[in-house]
Write a protein that binds this ligand. Structure first.
Ligand SMILES: Cc1cc2nc3c(=O)[nH]c(=O)nc-3n(C[C@H](O)[C@H](O)[C@H](O)COP(=O)(O)OP(=O)(O)OC[C@H]3O[C@@H](n4cnc5c(N)ncnc54)[C@H](O)[C@@H]3O)c2cc1C
Length: 446
């Protein structure tokens, strides 16, 4: 039976280690950071993440969904904060119980590593980074914290080392002929800020929604944490007015928040410290192909398809990779060459679709959610979902794990176009949900 070598013990690497172990494989995972269960380290990019259906169904396949769902904060919609302080809740769906879940990145990662280790088949080696890969001779060069290099043999490698993947770089550096790669950064970056709990450990703002302060060229969002705090993420341009570089003094930050986020400023007592201590980081989309080298190597997760975070799907898509990989191993009786080949064929179009949707949603979140037609469309869609089997684009992406991202994008975009046109002409007025659904079904063929 093959031994599996995984590079990167992040979210995708740890879940796939667990799934390979559940199939009986022996797995070694090399992770360049220290063990986060023993040392206090920042878990990585964002403190919390929105976990939704695709992610949950992968966790279910690995048998760890209940454990994870015991420690999440469900969010049923977007709570939009206008500049004048008015709030409006836009439910994510019209269906009872449809929600996305705020989960701690570090907590989730540690649970996955614990579960993988508990199988007795997975060994994690921390503080060990992948430096070179010789695909011809199945040899991997790893480096420990003391900068000592060691060569190890591998049978098959899973490259789950994130957006800055070294495994992907080894493909580029000659592992794969005609390797296609593109990286597209946004002009905008992000910085994490905090709304701490009240003195008695309570929540300062509603804890059952994802808060959004859309402000045109920039926006802030906040997701609740179990301890009563919220992690806020400020998205804004790097340069220019109301950009990170412009906000270079406490006075400027104070007056910026007073002008644009007056209702939340009182809840951010550590704003200045957070703003000037926490880094701001870039956001980008990575597309590449191929992902597989015969039965020797496969890229999964952000290493294969990093996406910007505006659909809350990067981790969910990475977990879906793990689920599909496991299903294909079933289908092909653990034949790795056949599995890897089909994996990249079925996943590539879906990964491209969620990458594009995530960029589009940036504009929707920071701008359109506050527009009247968008709100009318959302109201119509919520009513449709309450009374019929309709799914909005958001629902197709977020709640329908039986529909691929590519199909969700295509169908969702046609629906959006049709409904916005109907609203524009005023033809939605006086029509029941069933009548609107009939029109949609008549006019949209996917
Ligand atoms: C601000 C922000 C908010 C986000 N919010 C959401 C959200 O709400 N919902 C959602 O679904 N997704 C979200 N995402 C996306 C999500 O974080 C990623 O899609 C997810 O982390 C991908 O998992 P991964 O395992 O592929 O990569 P990672 O989680 O990045 O893990 C990669 C691991 O590989 C290790 N590594 C790197 N190089 C090497 C090497 N050479 N050798 C050994 N180890 C190495 C790293 O240390 C790391 O542990 C967000 C992303 C950002 C930036």
């Amino acid at each position: 039976m093959k031994e599996i070598t995984i590079i990167g013990a992040g979210l995708a690497g740890s879940l796939s280690a667990l799934m390979f172990a559940n199939r009986g494989f022996k797995v070694t995972v090399f992770e360049k950071r220290p063990d986060m269960r023993k040392e206090e380290i920042s878990a990585g990019r964002s403190i919390n993440l929105a976990l939704s259906e695709r992610g949950i169904s992968a966790l279910k396949r690995a048998g760890i969904d209940e454990d994870v769902l015991n420690e999440v904060m469900p969010m049923s919609g977007r709570l939009i904060h206008s500049i004048s302080g008015e709030k409006s809740l836009q439910p994510y769906s019209g269906r009872e119980g449809d929600c996305i879940n705020s989960v701690s990145r570090g907590g989730l990662n540690m649970k996955l590593m614990d579960a993988a280790e508990a199988t007795g088949k997975v060994t994690f080696e921390f503080g060990v980074g992948c430096k070179r890969i010789d695909f011809d001779n199945n040899t991997l060069t790893i480096e420990n914290d003391n900068k000592e290099l060691k060569q190890v043999k591998f049978e098959t490698i899973i490259g789950s080392d994130g957006g800055g993947s070294y495994v992907r770089l080894a493909y580029q550096l000659g592992g794969v002929r005609r390797f296609n790669f593109s990286q597209q950064f946004l002009d905008h970056g992000y910085k994490e800020l905090v709304i701490p709990p009240t003195e008695d450990g309570g929540f300062r703002i509603a804890n059952d929604a994802l808060h959004i302060w859309p402000r045109g060229t920039f926006m802030m969002i906040a997701l609740p944490n179990l301890d009563g705090s919220f992690t806020c993420t400020l998205f804004m341009p790097f340069e220019g007015k109301n950009g990170f570089e412009d906000l270079d003094s406490e006075e400027k930050v104070q007056s910026f928040f007073e002008e644009y986020f007056p209702d939340v400023l009182q809840h951010m007592p550590t704003l200045m410290e957070d703003f000037f201590t926490n880094p701001h980081d870039k956001l980008g989309t990575i597309k590449c192909f191929p992902w597989a080298i015969g039965d020797k190597a496969l890229l999964i997760g952000d290493a294969a398809h990093a996406v910007v975070p505006f659909y809350g799907q990067g981790m969910n898509a990475s977990f879906e990779d793990c689920r599909v990989l496991d299903e294909l191993l079933d289908k092909h009786n653990d034949d790795f060459a056949l599995t890897y080949a089909e994996f990249e064929q079925v996943r590539k179009a879906n990964a491209d679709a969620i990458g594009d949707l995530a960029v589009q949603n940036y504009y929707e979140m920071r701008d359109h959610v506050a527009h009247k037609d968008f709100q009318i469309k959302r109201d119509i869609e919520v009513d449709l979902e309450k009374t019929t089997n309709y799914n909005s684009k958001y629902s197709l992406v977020t709640f329908c794990d039986n529909v691929g991202y590519a199909e969700a994008k295509k169908r969702g975009e046609l629906q959006d176009e049709f409904l916005l046109d109907l609203i524009d002409k005023g033809e939605h007025v006086g029509k029941s949900s069933n009548e609107i659904l009939e029109l949609i079904n008549k006019n949209i063929k996917v």
